[in-house]
Design a protein around this ligand. Structure first.
Ligand code: FCB
Length: 470
């Protein structure tokens, strides 16, 4: 057929087909406590490692901190109403541990629990399903002073905290996540120190990873006991890893990054034991004395779902010059190759198909595992038009591309039940401060005014249709 007699104009023909999602697919948005709540000194909240870290000069871009953030603590009702207007069906948020136990131990502070009760009740009133994460990195400072995640005791403190929260909210929250991205908590927090508490201690970071996993494993039965109807899972951040070439050095580099990034966490959670190569890696870098006989079985407590966070993928090569501490301890020589792909505003290469590959791999390695995408989204600089609109078509395109990848993964058999877009609101993006805007709703941090961007309106339409447009 020639271009002249083609009844469908070429540009239209290139449009991807409409893609319907399975009935009941959960369309959500995500946030975390320290990134949006503010009100750090209110209602008995104790200090967290992120308060200390962000107030330490030089740690966060522009000296930003979460003291006020998006003022969600006082504006949660407005934020829930906004979600409802947009047509969102689920909300993933985290509980600030120091609001519940200001010093990380002892009885729960009723004021802290009440805030989350009010939040959850207002979600339920609007028909929005709450998905609660217990730990999104704001460890009580008092526990860090006793060793933090490098100390085994923190795992037991976490399970106690999980019990307190699930006793209070188990009657109204069904989806429970223990940890968010233990890779970041362990290796950015204690490995290269770009996150709180800012330790540079490669061996300690590997011990922290184990204690985080142990905390997860101890928390699962604690939540189930308090909330028998709960569905319990963990959120991990996955990055598909490819070798730059077939050389032994490059293949070995890819193997180590995959081991440290993906398998160190997923395999023990799913299998109840560390794979042999992960154990060998521990042996080489920090020994295994901190791993007690029953630990791996505890870590393998059956979960109901896996939370998948996805932002990008990696291509790596070996044989580089070690260049300072790495958040992949024992892989300091690995080079991350620039593939020349377009990047988001935070500099992460865009590889939407990587999400499909990752989901299909998890499905193949762990058949039958139920998954939620618990985070996916993009930072871009927004331009506010004269009439106030924010036409963030770059963010919309990112989300659409990744949703198409999720759809393909479902067609290939992956059991994905929902998607939580990161993030509802512009917020405190950790070491980057407020400079990186991930929200589908713009926050003016001077006035705290919320303005839905184009991406938010588009996403609401997708949620309503339960389908991507053709
Ligand atoms: C993830 C975090 C989340 C947010 C996004 C951009 O690693 O879980 O809090 O910072 O990245």
């Amino acid at each position: 057929m020639t271009a002249e007699n083609d009844p469908v104009p070429a540009a239209l023909a290139r449009r991807p087909a409409a893609a319907a999602f399975p009935p009941g697919f959960l369309w959500g948005v995500a946030t975390s406590a320290y990134q949006i709540e503010g009100a750090v000194g209110r209602d008995g909240r104790g200090a967290s490692i992120w308060d200390t870290f962000s107030h330490t000069p030089g740690k966060v871009a522009n000296g930003h901190n979460g003291d006020v953030a998006a003022d969600h603590y006082d504006r949660y009702e407005q934020d829930v109403a906004l979600m409802s207007e947009l047509g969102v069906g689920g909300y993933r948020f985290s509980v600030a541990w120091p609001r519940i136990q200001p010093d990380g131990r002892g009885p729960a502070d009723a004021r802290g629990l009440d805030f989350y009760r009010r939040l959850v009740d207002s979600l339920l009133e609007k028909g929005i399903q709450p998905a609660l994460t217990l730990y999104h990195w704001d460890l009580p400072q008092a526990l860090e002073d006793e060793g933090g995640w490098r100390s085994r005791d923190t795992a037991f403190r976490f399970a106690e905290y999980a019990q307190l929260v699930s006793e209070a909210l188990g009657d109204r929250v069904k989806l429970w996540g223990t940890l968010n991205e233990p890779w970041c908590a362990a290796f950015l927090g204690y490995g290269n120190g770009i996150h709180a508490p800012g330790a540079v201690d490669p061996a300690g970071s590997l011990r922290a990873a184990h204690h985080l996993l142990l905390g997860h494993g101890l928390a699962v039965p604690a939540i189930r006991a308090a909330a028998p109807d709960a569905e319990v899972g963990i959120t991990l951040n996955f990055y598909p890893v490819a070798a730059d070439s077939e050389t032994t050095a490059d293949l070995d580099a890819a193997h180590r990054i995959d081991l440290l990034q993906n398998r160190l966490f997923l395999d023990p959670v799913m299998e109840g034991s560390y794979p042999a190569d992960v154990r060998e890696h521990f042996e080489r870098l920090c020994g295994t004395d901190h791993i007690e006989t029953a630990d791996e079985k505890i870590i393998g407590a059956p979960v109901d779902f896996l939370g998948v966070n996805y932002y990008t993928s990696y291509r790596v090569a070996g044989g580089g010059e070690p260049d300072g501490p790495s958040p992949w301890p024992g892989a300091e020589d690995v080079r991350f190759i620039d593939r020349g792909l377009p990047r988001t505003g935070i500099g992460w290469e865009i590889d939407a198909d990587g999400l499909r590959r990752q989901l299909v791999r998890i499905h193949q390695d762990h058949p039958g595992l139920k998954m939620y995408i618990t985070e996916n989204g993009a930072a871009f600089d927004d331009t506010v038009e004269a009439d106030g609109r924010i036409e963030d078509t770059d963010r919309t395109a990112y989300v659409e591309g990744h949703l198409r990848a999720v759809h393909r993964a479902i067609e290939e058999g992956a059991d994905v039940r929902g998607y939580f877009l990161w993030s509802l609101l512009d917020n405190f993006e950790w070491a980057e401060g407020y400079g990186m805007r991930f929200g589908v709703v713009r926050v003016d941090f001077e006035t705290q005014q919320r303005t839905p961007k184009h991406s938010a309106l588009w996403y609401g339409g997708v949620a309503l249709a339960n389908a991507l447009p053709g």
